[in-house]
Design a protein around this ligand. Structure first.
Ligand SMILES: Cc1ncc(COP(=O)(O)O)c(C=O)c1O
Length: 280
């Protein structure tokens, strides 16, 4: 099972949030004893032999292939974020915007639709309206928490609902449990994507209320220092992509760029974050 992060550490009931946020995703180096996570600058990674390389490229075996896809340093960051969010896998990227673009484009394409809260960060609004709009994806904005409006705006082409836990800049709070319940009750259920940047997993974990995908701009409170950009896509493993393989074809149908691998089969616990990793 390639690329799937293993937040087993987070499942230890002895390890609470404060421990996870400092230690999850990395163990002290057994050779040097170094406790700090080193920055692995390598773009290339060595294979044991051709079979080892083939298995890793074919997603049949976990391990580093190439630094754009996986890198031990960024994977440790991702595993730590997955642990504190209660996710099954995650991808750490260069910014919150990068996380949003990757998360969205792994599910939507030309002709698809999105229903989004109207209480969103301006840059995110621009992604929906202009970046995705120019690519042929239509977003309908509805009043935050007007669940009837979310349902009414949903069509057979709708691929996801999108909200911010605490809207930027209105600081209004999305009713994620109610939204997830409504999204799951649709004749054709849709995943709810939640930008949890303003709440942070310390205060609220959308995974626990059934959100399918969580987005974080690590630049803000998770980074906490205003010095470094970062973003994360967290897979909660909560959405059943195989319930409608035609609709969720990016996850539930064979992927030609991975020799026909089906992400929902090769990484059943975290198919979404695995696809984000594998396709970036
Ligand atoms: C709620 C929210 N999401 C996403 C972003 C984008 O994150 P970044 O600036 O790391 O690209 C921001 C940035 O302000 C934000 O406030």
């Amino acid at each position: 099972m390639a690329f799937e992060l293993n937040p087993d550490f987070a499942k230890d009931p002895e390890k609470h949030f404060n421990t996870l946020q400092v230690h999850a995703g990395w163990s002290p180096d057994p050779t040097t004893g170094s406790a700090a996570l080193p920055i692995y600058a390598s773009a290339a990674f060595q294979f044991d032999d051709a079979d080892d390389g083939a298995a890793k490229f074919g997603l049949a075996k976990p391990g580093n292939i190439y630094g754009r896809l996986t890198n031990t340093t960024t994977d440790a960051v991702a595993a730590r974020v997955a642990a504190v969010e209660g996710g099954t896998g995650a991808v750490a990227v260069a910014s919150g915007h990068a996380a949003e673009i990757l998360a969205l484009t792994n599910l939507v394409g030309a002709g698809d639709e999105i229903v989004a809260s109207d209480s969103l960060y301006g840059g995110t609004w621009n992604i929906f309206l202009h970046t995705l709009g120019d690519l042929g994806v239509k977003t309908t904005f509805v009043e935050n928490n007007d669940i009837d409006a979310f349902v009414a705006a949903t069509t057979p082409k709708t691929k996801l609902w999108y909200v911010e836990t605490i809207g930027n800049p209105l600081v209004d709070v999305a009713d994620v449990p109610a939204l997830v319940q409504a999204a799951n009750s649709l004749p054709s259920p849709v995943p709810v994507f939640v930008d949890n940047t303003f709440a942070t997993p310390y205060l609220y974990r959308p995974a626990e209320d059934g959100a399918a995908v969580v987005i974080e701009s690590l630049t803000k409170w998770i980074g906490g220092h205003g010095a470094t950009l970062g973003g994360a896509v967290i897979d909660t493993g909560k959405f059943n992509w195989k319930q409608d393989p035609e609709k969720w074809h990016t996850l539930a149908k064979p992927d030609p760029s991975y020799h026909g691998a089906v992400f929902a089969d090769v990484a059943p616990a975290a198919p979404f974050s695995t696809r984000v990793l594998g396709k970036r």
